[in-house]
Design a protein around this ligand. Structure first.
Ligand SMILES: [Zn+2]
Length: 248
């Protein structure tokens, strides 16, 4: 635990581009919305890659289910705009069926090679029994597929050779991995100043959150708990990650 750290927002040196890979529209906003704003404020170019269209989400029967993918993509684009993120990519997999298959891994490797990030943020591939909703099977699949893409596929020019041979995408080595929803976080980002915009971004996911009157209070409570775990002063809010320095 790095509780003795006095730095509020620690972004590894040399990070100019970050890629966030999550399972569903709204996952990045719940787990890392404030952190994305901290990165953008620090001048980091941020790209979102959303694996599924969240087509199993929602809370009422009045919406035509066939409209859900388009609605949720639009909501994610609107939430990203709150942070100033304009590069949002969708892989279009079916909600609830995500697996760390070679197809999914290759699609993530493609985006990694296109974006060339030094930092990747994703979801924990490990189940957190204390907070089971953070360990939705799609979340673990997105995290696992991303971990497999990070090592070794994205850096190996002979992995998924069609990416290089047909699309001209050269191997790329990512330096840092941050996992949200991890059972053993070791890195906390102070998100206090970004809280109102995090709430605004979550409100943009109206098909998921418009019925949640307690949304703001819930987000504040989570942020306070994570700030406390990270050793921040009372009144601060934070988001928690497991930070991994990937091999050179
Ligand atoms: Zn989710």
């Amino acid at each position: 635990m790095s509780n003795e750290s006095t730095e509020r927002i620690e972004i590894p040196e040399g990070v100019t581009r970050a890629l966030v890979v999550t399972a569903h529209p709204d996952d990045v906003d719940f787990g890392a919305g404030g952190t994305v704003m901290a990165l953008v404020k620090a001048g980091v170019q941020v790209t979102f890659c959303i694996c599924t269209d969240g087509d199993a989400g929602g809370f009422d029967d009045s919406t035509d289910r066939s409209q859900i993918p388009a609605i949720r993509r639009a909501e994610q684009v609107a939430a990203a705009a709150v942070y100033g993120v304009t590069d949002v990519r969708f892989l279009g997999y079916r909600d609830g069926y995500l697996e760390p298959s070679h197809e999914v891994q290759r699609d993530i490797v493609r985006v990694m090679r296109q974006v060339q990030p030094q930092l990747v943020i994703t979801q924990s591939p490990d189940r957190n029994w204390e907070r089971l909703p953070s360990s939705h099977p799609d979340h673990m699949a997105a995290g696992e597929a991303t971990a497999r893409a990070l090592y070794p596929a994205v850096r190996n020019p002979y992995a998924y050779p069609e990416l290089r041979n047909e699309e001209g995408l050269e191997a790329w080595t990512v330096n840092w991995l941050w996992m949200q929803g991890h059972v053993e976080p070791n890195h906390w980002i102070d998100t206090t100043e970004f809280f109102s915009r995090k709430v605004e971004a979550l409100r943009a996911h109206a098909s998921q959150t418009s019925h949640m009157e307690e949304l703001e209070g819930m987000l504040r409570t989570w942020g306070e708990m994570q700030a406390q775990a990270g050793g921040f002063e009372l009144g601060h809010l934070a988001e928690a990650f497991r930070q991994i320095k990937l091999p050179d």
